[in-house]
Ligand binder design. Structure first.
Ligand SMILES: [Mg+2]
Length: 279
């Protein structure tokens, strides 16, 4: 299994400087293998343990960022100590006070109406599944042979339903109806980073279009890794899930090699911010 050598070098140097790491990972397709039925997506137990052990190291925090609703993500992840961000950056837990986008109440009403309209539209299409979330609607077509042949007509029809301030976004076997807030996974990761302390270094690993948005948002200041094929703006690429495991193990090894005795920047309690000096 090949590891992005440049990334490992950067991680070593960072660990030697005692920098804190925020390790952000997408869920479906990155941590959980894609399944025909979305409800069947599971985080493999060994990977859960890897993430848990990584997140327990001094100076390392883990956050899972997904398009799934937060309650769904929480049920599927169950990684002790990890933060969670659902609905493409619209919520964040695990880094101090839980946060959700201020427009959530309004978007909830709009997404309910949109989900009902999408249900009506797709009623005659077998294998299309509507997922209603708090602030968005996902139209999954992995199990529809007709849409799999050509997804564009469905995309155009869904576009016709969009009220002002909403947009259509594509992903792996999904059309997403999302509020046009220019907010995504990258913003949630930056919020988590601010809450840890802005000096924390960000690593983000993802496999899909919304992750690409995140890579762009985070820019060159972050270590970004694309899983699998496809065009990417990420700085590194790994082939698939086994490489993600290898990378997580490498992160842990690098951190352990650098010595686990906390540096001054890592001695403060995890929930606190830079304000309170340690005594
Ligand atoms: Mg994904």
């Amino acid at each position: 299994m090949s590891q992005p050598a440049g990334l490992i070098r950067a991680l070593r140097a960072s660990a030697a400087r005692g920098e804190e790491w925020l390790v952000a990972l997408d869920f479906d397709g990155t941590l959980a293998p894609l399944r025909r039925a979305r409800s069947a997506a599971r985080l493999p137990h060994t990977r859960r343990l890897l993430l848990q052990r990584l997140g327990r190291l001094p100076g390392v925090r883990v956050v899972i960022v997904s398009g799934r609703a937060l309650h769904d993500l929480r049920r599927r992840c169950r990684i002790l100590g990890a933060g969670l961000s659902g609905e493409h950056g619209m919520s964040l837990t695990g880094f101090g006070r839980a946060w959700s986008h201020p427009a959530t109440a309004r978007l909830r009403r709009e997404s309910a109406a949109l989900a009902a309209a999408a249900e009506r539209l797709t009623l005659p299409m077998s294998g299309v599944e509507i997922e209603r979330k708090r602030t968005s609607v996902a139209v999954h077509w992995r199990r529809s042979p007709t849409v799999r042949r050509d997804a564009e007509p469905l995309g155009r029809a869904l576009s016709g339903l969009l009220p002002r301030g909403w947009r259509l976004a594509g992903g792996k076997c999904v059309w997403e109806l999302r509020p046009d807030l220019a907010r995504g996974k990258g913003d949630a990761i930056l919020l988590a980073q601010r809450r840890l302390g802005p000096e924390a270094r960000v690593l983000f690993i993802g496999d899909d279009e919304t992750d690409e948005e995140g890579f762009r948002r985070l820019g060159r200041a972050a270590w970004t890794v694309r899983v699998g094929r496809g065009e990417t703006v990420a700085r590194w690429r790994v082939k698939g899930s086994p490489d993600v495991d290898a990378l997580l193990a490498a992160l842990r090894a690098v951190r352990a090699q650098a010595g686990l005795s906390p540096s001054p920047s890592r001695t403060r309690p995890r929930s606190s911010t830079r304000r309170a000096p340690q005594r």
